[in-house]
Design a protein around this ligand. Structure first.
Ligand SMILES: Cc1cc2nc3c(=O)[nH]c(=O)nc-3n(C[C@H](O)[C@H](O)[C@H](O)COP(=O)(O)OP(=O)(O)OC[C@H]3O[C@@H](n4cnc5c(N)ncnc54)[C@H](O)[C@@H]3O)c2cc1C
Ligand SMILES: Cc1ncc(C[n+]2csc(CCOP(=O)(O)OP(=O)(O)O)c2C)c(N)n1
Ligand SMILES: [Mg+2]
Length: 620
């Protein structure tokens, strides 16, 4: 039965909401959290006059529909079954994952691509604790997500009841906010508030724990008012005009400015505004890993990725800059090298939505709290047009030297190198794919060898570095955008942490392409052992299954590549395959061909990089 008189989304048939394999790209088309930053208008209160009897379970789906949710990733169980029961009446699709960690990663991947808040659902106890890694992953990368967990009935809370875990206690430090709902009359308001908190300000995950008796209880439902005022929660949009003026003055007097663009560029929807700013001021742009796509990498003023595995010339430009403009990035230690030696001559301006990030790691001259897009809007009329010819020439000169070290320019010797794999995918897809990665060496090669021009196209676990993220996040990405090609680049180690999700991809008919970079090692750890632990490969050698047979067992198309000249054809075959496809690339295992370069060793300054070909600390 479809309950009458409910708001947007309810009453849609399942088939209409889910053509084929995925739901539509609702976020960018229809008011996701990025666009909604200044205009958070959920259609609440439209039928305020008509109160309706609803159970807690029905209120969950009614409210999800009202928040524009089209898909939920999860696994049912005893304490959440009651909530699952009425789902079909509300036209919200459910993707049945094979592990709750994967459900959280899928919701995360969905959010990063769609611009909507991702939703994951799990039962109490082990279901809820399995979500934890995915919640922590989303928290540190500022991804908006709502997780709904079942809980034992309220009278049993605290009694060590079957499958009882204090999940609000467990997730307190890894959620932006969480709720234990003990009164069904508060449920609608809590859900509405949860979406508001997850998607506004600095986005992040919110958890709602729902005892079974609250799911079962009935109440008069009326949609909550649109909520913008929460005590103690007032994300600031515009920057302080005086500080904006001071920042513009610094830009106008700088000779060697560099923009440090971060994930906040995409989160604030500032990509176009940033481009206007860059082209007016002719400021080179260095990108964090999570900023890839936030500024087109083909743009002549793009430097590329900064930091531990950034190119030497990018780090050099940062070190020699006289002004750093940190836009929506948080000075992660993978980015700065040792803090004492970080950009010693540069004045520093930091724009960030979260005041807690300002002056947290790097002391700055101007700390500007606000939404980046708004602050850039304010700053744009105040900065002068400047060609900065000398500085741009200097940076381009440093850049030129890199090409001669590029592994793609080396004479072929028949061995397959991971950068060649990424390059084959790049060429095969024309750079238009959504690139999802797992964590390790392959992640860094993906970042280095798949330049992105389109925003919201890289899905990767940056801050937590969660192995096992890649495949489930690719599922979420493909659900978010069924039209675009999705490639998951994973390592042989991380893939084996969540590969059961191949079954989910098959069941949902999601045509994701999976490139397994098989180097027979926990490669990134092995690389550190090679460089810094006397080449003692302790607990990093992997005896792997036959990945092609494994793919076949799941009903996934499978190919194996061992030589560079086979890569292009295999990528083409995977792209042409109808349904999920997996290519196992057996890549170089160690030594110069199996290591990620350049690399800033831990404890070194940003410009003290280990560079190809010598494995020796070298000052650029
Ligand atoms: C193996 C491995 C190696 C890595 N190597 C590198 C490397 O070499 N180089 C590198 O860059 N990274 C690297 N990383 C990633 C790194 O750990 C961090 O995740 C990354 O640098 C963080 O980028 P960020 O600060 O742009 O994004 P986040 O950590 O997502 O921070 C975004 C910032 O933007 C702010 N913000 C959000 N919304 C807005 C808004 N609307 N307006 C203004 N501000 C906003 C947030 O408050 C936050 O401070 C690596 C990760 C792994 C796993
Ligand atoms: C869940 C988790 N456990 C351990 C680590 C530490 N770690 C970082 S990279 C890495 C190796 C990854 O190996 P693989 O997936 O094969 O990728 P490769 O580096 O070989 O490309 C490990 C173990 C981690 N990041 N996440
Ligand atoms: Mg590996």
């Amino acid at each position: 039965m479809v309950p009458g008189g409910v708001g947007k989304g309810s009453g849609c048939s399942e088939a209409a909401a889910m053509p084929g394999s995925g739901v539509g790209q609702a976020g960018r088309a229809g008011g996701g959290w990025r666009e909604g930053r200044e205009d958070h208008t959920v259609e609440c209160g439209d039928d305020k006059g008509g109160e309706m009897k609803r159970t807690g379970a029905q209120i969950v789906w009614e409210m999800l529909s009202r928040e524009g949710v089209e898909v939920v990733f999860g696994i049912p169980g005893g304490a959440i079954m009651h909530t699952y029961h009425p789902r079909q009446d509300y036209g919200v699709h459910h993707v049945l994952m094979r592990h709750e960690q994967a459900a959280a990663h899928a919701a995360d991947g969905y959010a990063r691509v769609s611009g909507n808040v991702g939703v994951a659902m799990a039962t109490s106890g082990p279901g809820a604790t399995n979500l934890v890694t995915g919640i922590a992953t989303a928290m540190i990368d500022s991804v908006p997500m709502v997780c709904i967990t079942g809980q034992v009935p309220t009278p049993l809370i605290g009694s060590d009841a079957f499958q009882e875990t204090d999940i609000t206690g467990v997730t307190l430090p890894i959620t932006k906010h969480n709720y234990l709902v003990t009164d069904v009359d508060e449920l609608a308001e809590v859900i509405h508030e949860a979406f508001y908190v997850a998607g506004t300000g600095r986005p992040g995950p919110v958890l709602i724990d729902l005892p079974k008796d609250v799911q079962q209880a009935e109440t008069d439902f009326s949609p909550p008012d649109d909520r913008r005022e929460l005590p103690g929660y007032r994300p600031r949009e515009a920057g302080d005009p005086e500080l904006v003026q001071q920042a513009a003055d610094l830009v106008n007097s700088a000779e060697r400015p560099v923009i440090l663009a971060g994930h906040g560029v995409e989160m604030s929807g500032a990509t176009d505004m940033l481009r206007t700013f860059v082209e007016k001021t002719n400021t080179p742009v260095a990108l964090t890993l999570l900023a890839k796509g936030g500024f087109p990498e083909s743009h002549p003023l793009t430097l590329g990725m900064m930091g531990m595995h950034g190119e030497a010339y990018v780090n050099r430009a940062i070190q020699e800059a006289d002004l750093l403009l940190a836009f929506g990035m948080r000075f992660d230690d993978r980015v700065t090298g040792t803090l004492e030696t970080f950009a010693p001559d540069a004045k520093k301006v930091h724009v960030d939505m979260d005041p807690a990030e300002l002056n947290k790691i790097v002391p700055v001259d101007i700390a500007l709290e606000g939404d980046l897009r708004r602050v850039l809007e304010q700053m744009l009329p105040l900065v002068n047009r400047d060609e900065r010819v000398a500085w741009r020439d200097q940076v381009d000169c440093w850049r030129g030297e890199t090409a001669i070290r590029d592994v793609l320019n080396r004479p072929a010797n028949g061995r397959l190198l991971a950068p060649q794999v990424i390059d084959a995918i790049y060429r095969g897809t024309g750079g238009q794919a959504i690139l999802v990665t797992d964590v390790g060496q392959h992640q860094m090669w993906a970042a280095q060898y798949y330049p992105l021009d389109l925003p919201y196209s890289l899905v990767t676990s940056g801050g937590l570095g969660t192995m096992g993220f890649g495949l489930p996040a690719a599922i979420g990405a493909q659900v978010a955008d069924p039209e675009r090609e999705v490639w998951a680049v994973v390592g042989d180690g991380g893939f084996q942490m969540t590969l059961q999700e191949l079954a989910t991809a098959v069941q949902e008919k999601l045509p994701i392409r999976i490139a397994v970079c098989n180097n027979g090692y926990l490669g990134m750890v092995r690389q550190w052992q090679e460089f810094f632990y006397e080449q003692r490969y302790e607990a990093t050698n992997l005896l792997n299954p036959d990945f092609v047979k494994l793919a076949e067992a799941y009903g996934v198309g499978g190919w194996r590549v061992t030589r560079p000249d086979e890569a292009e054809e295999a990528v083409a075959a995977a792209r042409a395959h109808d349904g999920p496809a997996l290519v196992e690339f057996q890549v170089a295992q160690e030594g110069e061909e199996g290591n990620v370069y350049p690399m800033v060793p831990a404890g070194a300054a940003l410009h003290e990089m280990i560079r190809r070909p010598e494995v020796a600390a070298e000052t650029v």
